[in-house]
Design a protein around this ligand. Structure first.
Ligand code: HEM
Length: 179
């Protein structure tokens, strides 16, 4: 998993709680490198699981809520750091429809070893989309936060439902853009 994910999570804790809290979380997670991540380095996914595990204990919030909140924050940081990747997209459904064929393709050029998920549009109208998400990391709640963060980026409001499918590691999001 790419370092920018870790540096952004730590930054969120520093900003939303305090630098002391972020230090405590890093210490308690007993990370391999004491939390000395660089944005362009790669680290095991298990390190993120350790950090989130400590956060569950310290905040009492469920994993899904923490990942969702992080997703919203992460979208803001990614869109700011790599604005060109979103250039030319005119709304949330437009962005989601090109996630696999354009947005994450550009990300792959920036970060060749990125662990990216797969998104497949299975139905789309002007205002609605059914989107399947596949990742062995099963970060569906993170994806929900990223989608809501992206909608906010375009000044749109969406409603969504998520269903876990029978296929391994696969979720389906049904998204509606509200007027
Ligand atoms: C439009 C909404 C977006 C959604 C729903 C989305 C979804 C995701 C998800 C769910 C992951 C976690 C990895 C996994 O599930 O296995 C991920 C990773 C990532 N995404 Fe996206 N993404 C979006 C937009 C973007 C944008 C705009 C950028 C950059 C400008 C970006 C860059 C990345 C990067 C760098 C990673 C980390 C890869 C790694 O850890 O190796 N994404 N994305």
């Amino acid at each position: 998993m790419l370092g920018i994910v870790f540096t952004t999570l730590i930054e969120m804790l520093e900003e939303k709680v305090s630098p002391e809290f972020a230090d405590e979380v890093i210490t308690e997670a007993k990370l391999e490198n004491d939390g000395a991540y660089t944005a362009v380095g790669y680290y095991p996914f298990s390190e993120l699981q350790k950090l989130v595990g400590v956060l569950v204990n310290k905040t009492g919030k469920p994993v899904d809520v923490l990942l969702y909140e992080f997703g919203i924050y992460l979208f803001g940081k990614l869109a700011k750091a790599h604005g060109q990747v979103m250039a030319g997209r005119d709304g949330i459904l437009d962005a989601l429809s090109v996630l696999d064929n354009d947005i994450h393709v550009q990300v792959r050029k920036l970060y060749p070893d990125a662990d990216l998920p797969t998104f497949k549009v299975v139905a789309q109208t002007d205002k609605t989309m059914r989107l399947q998400y596949y990742s062995t990391r099963e970060l569906a709640s993170l994806a929900e936060g990223l989608m809501d963060g992206a909608a906010a980026h375009f000044g749109q409001r969406i409603s969504r439902t998520t269903v876990k499918l029978d296929q391994a590691h696969t979720y389906e999001f049904s998204i509606t853009v509200e007027d």
